[in-house]
Each structure stands twice: as structure tokens, then as C-alpha cells.
Design a protein around this ligand. Structure first.
Ligand code: NAD
Length: 366
């Protein structure tokens, strides 16, 4: 894709993957927002809706049909709602909806997982931390997603078990470069989180990551922090972090810990990128079968995922920022769903409120 992509001459291609449970409900909110952007800006996005997860199992027998893979191969990005639910819990491993997600990550080499953690004064009351700890928190967790002990050799007998944690220099280099690029869009500070006092893989990470930053990103600084210290500092001084770079297992744990700073699962977006800037954008939450079909799902995580897609795969930072600002304005106005407020709004009301602000913002800046 060239810089001209997305203008009237050559549309961006985005694969829409509504999925299961509340997935289709929050995905509809994303579609509405993209319509508003398309109507008011020279931003043309072609949405190609495809099957994944339980919906794909029901229709085709596979959680990731070949047609979905082919559509993603021709696209700039994919937007996923959520997959899974009790309906498919008894299925054989090959037909588990979550396998669709794992396969798409593997198929497209999505090695770089991004989880922004941003707190907002209107939401401080929903976090278990004290408001003074939450002020000014705006950090990005960059997690390596395709290596380490989750993917190393594994075995077990009755008395012993082993999960091999292996990283190669190129794996560390590419995720460090991704973190460097992200840091340049932010405050240019990376904290490399590891356990280099104990683990050889961490010592390799330190040597390689520092070399990449020194040679290729001299305007970015990198400090080291042990993972045990990082887990404490995320709770005691979260506002001090800018970009936190770490390996797969540490990133899995720290990103869930950090998500608690925000107050609800329904507020957290994520992105998983490959080297060609193709990304899978999705809320952090699952398919929430307990509230599916009730029209009460919180769409903010999905809408923030759209903003990430605009910024990281479609190279439209202006529209990304406008959308984020409209979402923050809605928070400031108390427009929240029932996971946060007992008498909160429904999914569609929140979506319309965001869309109305976005249409206004686009008209004003045209
Ligand atoms: P979940 O995230 O679906 O739900 C956990 C709790 O948070 C529930 O009470 C739910 O109602 C609430 N919740 C989640 N998202 C919400 C939203 N947007 N608005 C309001 N409330 C929200 O996690 P779970 O219950 O452990 O898993 C349910 C299913 O989702 C399982 O099948 C699981 O495998 C799957 N799952 C999918 C993904 C994914 O698609 N990326 C991620 C996690 C879990």
C-alpha cells in the first residue's frame, strides 16, 4: 500500500471479523464510526466481513476458514470483535473458536502486541488504585507475541516437565525496532523489562535491544527494569512509564496487571502487528456470553481499537487522535455503559454519542 491508499482513488481494505457473543455488537459500533469517517473525510475504507471463531465453526466446520485467511492476505488490517462461548466449549480442539485467533496470529506472523493503558479522570473511581496514583498514566506495553516459553519445546512425564524459553537475535531486533518506532510517536522513553539477573534469554534481550536503540534510534532512551520490580512500579508509579518493552510471558502477565488501572475490560484496545504493518485490532475482552444479545456491551475498547488501526496500519494519525478525543469527551460527560454505572447507557447510545462528536469534529477541521 502506498501513501495514496485510503483516498477515493484507492481504498484501504479492512477485513471485519465480528465473531461471537458481544463481538458482533461492538463490531457494529466500529462500522458506524468508520462510516462517519468515510462520509466526512477523504478516507475510503472497504470493509470485507468474514467469519472467525464459533460463527465460522457453525458455518464451515473451521474456526479460521481459508476464505478468511485469503481476505486478510489482501487487506491492510483486520478488525475483530471477539470469539468463543459456552456453545462451543465441548468441541474437539480443532473446532475451538479461540483456535481461530491463534491461527491468524501464526499465519500472519503477528509478533508485536500493543496494549495502550491510558487513564482518564472520569474513570479513576472505577480503578482499585487511588486517584492520585492514576493521574497522567499513559503507557504502551509492547509485548513479543510469537516466541519465548509459550512456543518453545515442551514435554512432561509423571515426574518432570519442561518449557523451553528460546529467543533469537532477529526476533528481539524486530520487536525492539517496533518499540523504537512507537516511542518516537510518544515520549521517546523505553523501559526494557526482563530478568537479566537470572535468565540467559533476558541477557540476550538486553544486549540486542540496547544495540538496536543505540544504532537506529539515538533519539530514544532505554532503561532496564527487572520484571518483579516492574510489577510493583506499575502499581506505585504507573505514570512514570512511557513504552514498556518485554518478552511474551512477562508481557502477558504485566499487561493484565496494567489493565486494572483503567477500571473495566470494556475500555482496553489492542493491536497485533507484523513487519508489513498488517495488524489485527481487537478489544482485550472476550465474547462476554453473560451479556451477549442484551445491547449493553461497552463498545469503547472496540472503538479505541479502530483508532489504533487508523494510526498503526492505515497511517492516519489525525483521524485516530480525533476519534480518541471524542471518546475522552464522552467519558468526561459521563456517557458510560452498565459495566461501569448501574443505570448506564446501552451500546448503541454510546456509539451514537461518539459518532455525533466525531462528525462535528470532522466538520470543524475540514
Ligand atoms: P470476557 O472478557 O468475555 O468477560 C469477562 C467479564 O467482563 C464478563 O462479566 C463480561 O460480561 C465482562 N465484559 C467483557 N467485555 C465487556 C464489555 N465490552 N462490556 C461490558 N462487559 C464486558 O471473558 P470470559 O468470560 O473469561 O470469556 C468468555 C469467552 O470469551 C470465552 O469463550 C473465552 O475463551 C473468550 N475470550 C475471547 C477473547 C478474544 O476473542 N480475544 C479473549 C478472552 C476470552
Amino acid at each position: 500500500m502506498t501513501n495514496e491508499s485510503g483516498t477515493r482513488g484507492r481504498p484501504f481494505k479492512v477485513v471485519g471479523l465480528p465473531g461471537d457473543g458481544i463481538g458482533p455488537e461492538v463490531y457494529s459500533a466500529a462500522r458506524r464510526v468508520l462510516d462517519v469517517l468515510g462520509e466526512s473525510r477523504d478516507l475510503h475504507i472497504e470493509l470485507d466481513e468474514q467469519l472467525i471463531g464459533g460463527a465460522a465453526v457453525d458455518a464451515t466446520g473451521s474456526p479460521l476458514p481459508q476464505q478468511t485467511i485469503d481476505a486478510c492476505r489482501a487487506a491492510d488490517a483486520a478488525l475483530l470483535g471477539a470469539v468463543g462461548g459456552p456453545k462451543w466449549d465441548g468441541r474437539p480442539a480443532e473446532q475451538r473458536p479461540e483456535l481461530g485467533l491463534l491461527r491468524i496470529r501464526a499465519e500472519f506472523g503477528l509478533f508485536c502486541n500493543l496494549r495502550p493503558i491510558v487513564t482518564h479522570p472520569a474513570l479513576h473511581a472505577f480503578s482499585p488504585l487511588r486517584p492520585e496514583r492514576l493521574r497522567g498514566v499513559d503507557l504502551m506495553i509492547v509485548r513479543e507475541l510469537t516466541g519465548g516459553s509459550y512456543f518453545g519445546k515442551k514435554w512432561r512425564d509423571d515426574d518432570q516437565a519442561e518449557d523451553v524459553c528460546r529467543y533469537t537475535r532477529p526476533e528481539v531486533e524486530r520487536v525492539t525496532r517496533a518499540a523504537g518506532r512507537i516511542a518516537r510517536q510518544r515520549n521517546r522513553r523505553i523501559t526494557l523489562v526482563d530478568k537479566a539477573n537470572v535468565l540467559e534469554t533476558s541477557r540476550l534481550w538486553r544486549a540486542v535491544a540496547h544495540r538496536v536503540i543505540r544504532d537506529e534510534f539515538p533519539d530514544v532512551t532505554m532503561e532496564n527494569m527487572y520484571v518483579d520490580a516492574a510489577s510493583m512500579h506499575l502499581l506505585t508509579r504507573p505514570a512514570d512509564f512511557d513504552v514498556l518493552l518485554t518478552e511474551n510471558l512477562f508481557g502477558d502477565i504485566l499487561s493484565d496487571e496494567a489493565s486494572m488501572l483503567c477500571g473495566s475490560m470494556g475500555l482496553l484496545p489492542s493491536a497485533s502487528l507484523n513487519e508489513e504493518r498488517f495488524g489485527l485490532y481487537e478489544p482485550v475482552h472476550g465474547s462476554a456470553p453473560d451479556i451477549a444479545g442484551k445491547g449493553v456491551a461497552n463498545p469503547y475498547a472496540m472503538l479505541l481499537s479502530v483508532a489504533m488501526m487508523l494510526r498503526h496500519s492505515l497511517n492516519r494519525p489525525g483521524e485516530a487522535e480525533a476519534l480518541e478525543q471524542c471518546i475522552h469527551a464522552c467519558w468526561a460527560d459521563g456517557l458510560l455503559t452498565r459495566d461501569l454505572l448501574p443505570d448506564g447507557l446501552g451500546t448503541e447510545d454510546v456509539t451514537e454519542a461518539v459518532c455525533a462528536r466525531l462528525a462535528n469534529a470532522m466538520a470543524l477541521s475540514a
